[in-house]
Write a protein that binds this ligand. Structure first.
Ligand SMILES: [Zn+2]
Length: 345
């Protein structure tokens, strides 16, 4: 996909155009939204617009050497800081990140972790890269052009890295634009947040998801995607089909007393799902839009699934956890009065 063709670009370009025309390009953007809502592709498009020497900072020419380098994310004036870990050095991390984003501009953090660390180790954006950035930015650019810096999943900045950045963002060198792309703004220190222009990225609409996917989507698929194209891509992968099927059967079996579904064998299929916690999160969308569940039942269901996904993520025993969630939901959904007090008490 060419990032300049993505459906929501217009809603980003309009406010951007206003800033450019008023000569008020900020030193830093903090873009906040769930994964798969287009923060990265939007940053990519604006970076291209800003760094193309032949455009008007709103639309790039798409043909010059700079545009071609930017379409590959390998421009000298673009610094990328993805989360890293497991002793990977910065160069290696960034070059794999470029490759991964070129392949899939809607790369999810889980995909990135799997790609970089094979699912072992934990990710963060450390202070080492920030120090190198400070040095590089302190050198003046001869031609006076723009320089752009991305912090991808900025919520993973270590405290030390965020503090080091604060100074840079408070007194930015001229013609530098920072992008902090984050799923949770609160994870960044308030002092840093207050220096940024904050834009929110809401979930994608059904129409936008259809356009991006290029195929018709069922209501269940739209519910499970919950406005995230990253999630939709994952659930459309053919290898996911049996697990999605198992997830739906599991929820149906819990919801329908005396159903013919053999819960034990459904759970047996579920535990083999790669990235089970993400699959469970797709179930949240199914519960949220289920026509037969009341509001308290939905609340209990969603809360249970979120807790289940967290516990699985913490590497607890998925088999036992799935059984526990099954029995709990059976009790709660079929009791005459679901106990909201358990959640809010
Ligand atoms: Zn160009």
């Amino acid at each position: 996909m060419d990032v300049l063709d993505w459906p929501r670009l217009r809603s980003v370009l309009e406010p951007w155009r206003a800033l450019v025309n008023q000569g008020r390009i900020p030193a830093a953007f903090l873009w906040v939204g769930s994964e798969g809502t287009g923060k990265t592709v939007s940053a990519w498009a604006i970076t291209q617009a800003l760094l193309c020497p032949h455009g008007d900072k709103i639309m790039p020419c798409r043909q010059c050497a700079d545009c071609i380098a930017l379409s590959r994310l390998s421009h000298v004036d673009l610094w990328l800081f993805p989360p890293t870990g497991g002793e990977r050095n910065l160069e290696e991390t960034v070059s794999r990140f470029r490759e991964a984003l070129r392949e899939n501009p809607f790369l999810s953090l889980a995909d990135w972790e799997l790609l970089l660390l094979g699912g072992r180790g934990s990710l963060s954006i450390g202070v080492e890269g920030v120090r190198r950035l400070q040095e590089a930015l302190s050198l003046k650019k001869a031609e006076g052009g723009w320089r752009v810096v991305w912090f991808w999943h900025a919520e993973m900045l270590t405290r030390q890295a965020a503090n080091a950045l604060l100074k840079l963002v408070e007194e930015p060198p001229p013609h530098v634009l920072f992008f902090f792309l984050a799923t949770r703004a609160e994870a960044l220190p308030a002092t840093l947040r207050s220096r940024c222009q904050v834009w929110r990225f809401p979930p994608l609409s059904a129409e936008e998801l259809r356009k991006l996917a290029g195929v018709e989507l069922s209501q269940a698929q739209l519910s499970m995607a919950q406005g995230s194209f990253s999630r939709l891509k994952r659930l459309l992968e053919p290898t996911q089909a049996p697990y999605i099927q198992a997830l739906r059967e599991w929820l149906r079996a819990i919801l329908t007393p005396h159903s013919q579904v053999d819960i034990a064998s459904v759970i047996e299929s579920l535990v083999h799902a790669p990235r089970l916690s993400e699959l469970i999160l797709m179930g949240v969308g199914l519960i949220r839009e289920h026509p037969q569940l009341s509001f308290p039942q939905k609340t209990i269901g969603i809360d249970t699934l979120l807790a289940l996904a967290d516990a699985i993520e913490a590497h607890l025993h998925p088999h036992a956890l799935l059984w526990e969630a099954t029995l709990y939901l059976q009790r709660q959904w079929h009791s005459p009065r679901p106990q909201l007090g358990m959640l809010f008490g």
